[in-house]
Structures are given as C-alpha cells and as structure tokens.
Design a protein around this ligand. Structure first.
Ligand code: CA
Length: 417
C-alpha cells in the first residue's frame, strides 16, 4: 500500500483529511463575486491554477484561463502526469517553492464550487450485478438477470444538461405515471423519488468517430472519477421505460461531486473486476484491473434534523463492469467519445441490505420502510430531505477523499402555474 506524501500545506497530512498531497483533486471554484477558475484541493486550501499559470509557474498553453478542466484534459496523459509531478514537487515538505506557492493558496472553506467540467455528453450504465438482481426481484418478481446482462454493459444516453454540481437543489419532478390498476395515467409530482449511488468516470481524451477502441485504450482515456447521484423518479420511470428505457424519470437532475479525483491518484487502489460468470466476447475480455477500492456511503437528513442517518455503505469494487469496459463498449460500433463525456457506473449495491445503493432497494419498493435516527420512517424521498453521498479510498495513514455529493429535494413546481 502506498504511503502518505507529506506536504507543507496546513491540514494536508492528517489521516482524516480528504485531500492529502497524494490526491490533488481537480475542481472549479470562486469566492464571492469572483470569476470561477480551476484549482486543486490540498488540505484545507485550494491552489489557484489560473493564477499559477498567469505567473508563469506552470505552463499548459493557457489551459487554465478557462473555468473548466476540459482544455487541460484534452492535452493528454503526458501533460496530466506533468502537472501532477510539478504540483507534487511544489507542495511537498521541504519544497524550495513554498514561499512563492503559498501566495496562490486560497481557503477551501467558503469557496463556491462549480461543475469541474463542461459535460459534453452523459451516459448512464447498469453495471452493478446486485442492483440488477434486486431490480429484477422487485419489479419482475425474479432476481434473474436480463439475458444480455452478463455479455453487455447495458447503458442509455442521458442528458448533459441534467448534470449539476453537488449542493444544487432539485425540484421534485412532475410527470406521467400509472398504477397497475388505474385505467388512465395521471400527471403530477413523483411519489417515488429515489437516488442511485454511482461513480462517474470522466473521459479526458477523445476518440474519433468511426474508430473503435480497446479496453486498454479506454482505460488510458479516463481522466478521473467523481461521485454521482442519478436521481430517479421510479413511478415515472416505471410507466415510460418500456420498450426504450429511461427518459423523464431520469432527466430532472444528476448530481456530481465537485472534485475530480484523478485516475493517477487512484492508481494504488486498483482492483480486478469480479470473476466472470460467462466469458466476455474478446473485445471486452481484458485482463486490466479496471475497478478501484473506494468506500462509499449514502446518508439522508430530513429538514430540521440535527444530523444525517447513514442508510448504506458499499464499495465501488462491487461493480461487474469497469468504466474502461463501458467506454470500450460505448465506442465499439464507431461512436466518437469526447473530452468531458461523463459515464455513470450504474447503481452500486453490495450483497447485503446494508449495502444497497438506492432507496427502492433499501425499502424493497416501499414494502419495508426504513427508520431514520429522528424516528421518522421513509420508503422514498420526501420534500426537503437532503441526500448525501461520500466516498474515499483508504491508504496507509491517509485517504483519497472525494468530498461529498449532496442535494436537497424541493417541492414540485406547480404546473400549470
Ligand atoms: Ca443509474
């Protein structure tokens, strides 16, 4: 297991700090009325990369004169490694640059965090086996996987416009739903509002239209990972999804955490995908360790509660397909992939009930409501509930933290007004 790289920045070396020097996650921040700009988190601070580049202390061709990471990501892996190595030298204990670099540190506290990338397109997968089995058991009465599941990382094309940064409030969506015994569908606020605990992979370098890529190439295209909450309106989804899949039940909001944890920072935490229950076709059958050992948790806090109740704890290594396999499959027919594409992993559920990644599973579709620390019960999200995802990879005396991905559900917008 890799060791902590000690930094002179305050707070960076404590074991419970999310952002040690080994991490250097990439975000976009501002204070007050300032223009948003790129920075990396370190300890209790953010290093302002726009200022650092303007001062000539780093040079990536002006990539940090834009308020997103897209331009830098498009430069490619050599530049990614160069930035990481340069910042590590500047920020480590004993650095000769300390006095110069200190001037470009700003407090993380009270910074406004923005979407770290201009999301090019958003695709969501369904690659967690326990989740797929639970969904089958709940919705179809059988945990059998769909016939294609062990052969294809199943996915659908979502909407980039629906992706928002952690902390963004989301209105309960209105939409069509129909209960089995009703003659007609009805329109109104979703009554079965849910989360999906996922990881998001961010494509850093593009692939050309018409050019398939291998799993190994796909793995090298991924710049980093975020926490992702694929908010889901189960009643809307249940009525609309046959035969073409999710649409309005998913399009009202997808939250991501503000810090991109780079693939380089996660390298010591790689894990293999699980044993294959059926041999994958050769184009998907790679030997690379494409998953990561990242502990994840979901909590819920009703309005007015003093604290949040942890509902579930699981791990990204539970997935069946890696992001690299999903990206390879995405491009195999010739679909071009772009800098800034976001790939949702699919809901991450472990084998036990305490490890489920959605409320639908935790409450077994409302048949087994769960109790919060306040004594209230829930099956789905009620208005003004706040849902928060957290995640971290645990090293020896340090962690690679993702920060949090949080959102509060506001009442539905009255429509027509
Ligand atoms: Ca999903």
């Amino acid at each position: 297991m890799s060791q902590l790289v000690r930094s002179w920045v305050q707070g960076a070396n404590s074991a419970d700090n999310a952002f040690p020097l080994n991490n250097l996650p990439c975000g976009v921040f501002s204070h007050g009325e300032e223009e948003p700009r790129c920075g990396v988190a370190i300890g209790g601070s953010i290093l302002d990369l726009q200022a650092l580049e303007r001062e000539g202390m780093i040079d990536f061709g002006g990539a940090f004169d834009t308020p997103t990471w897209n331009q830098f990501m498009a430069l490619g892996r050599t530049e990614w490694a160069e930035l990481r190595a340069t910042l590590t030298t500047m920020l480590k204990e004993g650095s000769v640059d300390q006095a110069k670099v200190e001037a470009f540190l700003v407090p993380l506290q009270n910074a406004d965090l923005h979407l770290p990338i201009d999301v090019a397109e958003y695709t969501d997968f369904y690659a967690g086996m326990q989740h797929a089995k639970n969904m089958g058991a709940i919705l179809r009465g059988s945990p059998d996987l769909p016939a294609n599941w062990l052969h294809i990382p199943i996915g659908y094309n979502g909407r980039a416009s629906s992706v928002v940064v952690s902390g963004t409030d989301i209105h309960r969506p209105n939409g069509q739903s129909k209960t089995p015994d009703a003659e007609m569908p009805s329109f109104g606020p979703s009554k079965r509002l849910d989360i999906e605990l996922e990881m998001g992979a961010i494509v850093g370098t593009s692939s050309d239209f018409g050019s398939p890529i291998t799993v190994e190439e796909a793995d090298k295209m991924i710049f980093g990972y975020v926490l992702l909450n694929d908010w889901s309106a189960r009643d809307i989804q249940g009525w609309e999804y046959q035969p073409l899949g999710p649409f309005q039940g998913k399009a009202f909001g997808t939250s991501i955490s503000p810090w991109i944890v780079t693939a380089a920072a996660l390298e010591p935490f790689r894990t293999a995908t699980p044993a294959r229950e059926k041999k994958l076709l050769p184009y998907l059958d790679s030997s690379i360790d494409g998953l990561f050992d990242i502990s994840l948790e979901v909590s819920m806090q009703p309005q007015g509660a003093d604290s949040a109740t942890v509902l579930s704890r699981t791990n990204y290594s539970r997935m069946y397909y890696s992001a690299a396999e999903q990206l390879c499959h995405h491009a195999i027919g010739g679909c071009g992939m772009n800098t800034g594409d976001l790939l949702g992993s699919g809901t991450i559920s472990g084998p036990n009930k305490t490890e489920y990644g959605s409320l639908l599973e935790l409450s077994w579709a409302g048949r087994e409501p769960f109790t919060l620390d306040t004594g209230e019960t829930r099956s789905f999200i009620e208005d003004n509930d706040t849902l928060t995802l957290r995640g971290a990879a645990q090293g020896d005396g340090y962690q690679i933290g993702f920060g949090e991905c949080t959102g509060t559900i506001l009442p539905a917008i009255k429509f027509p007004a």
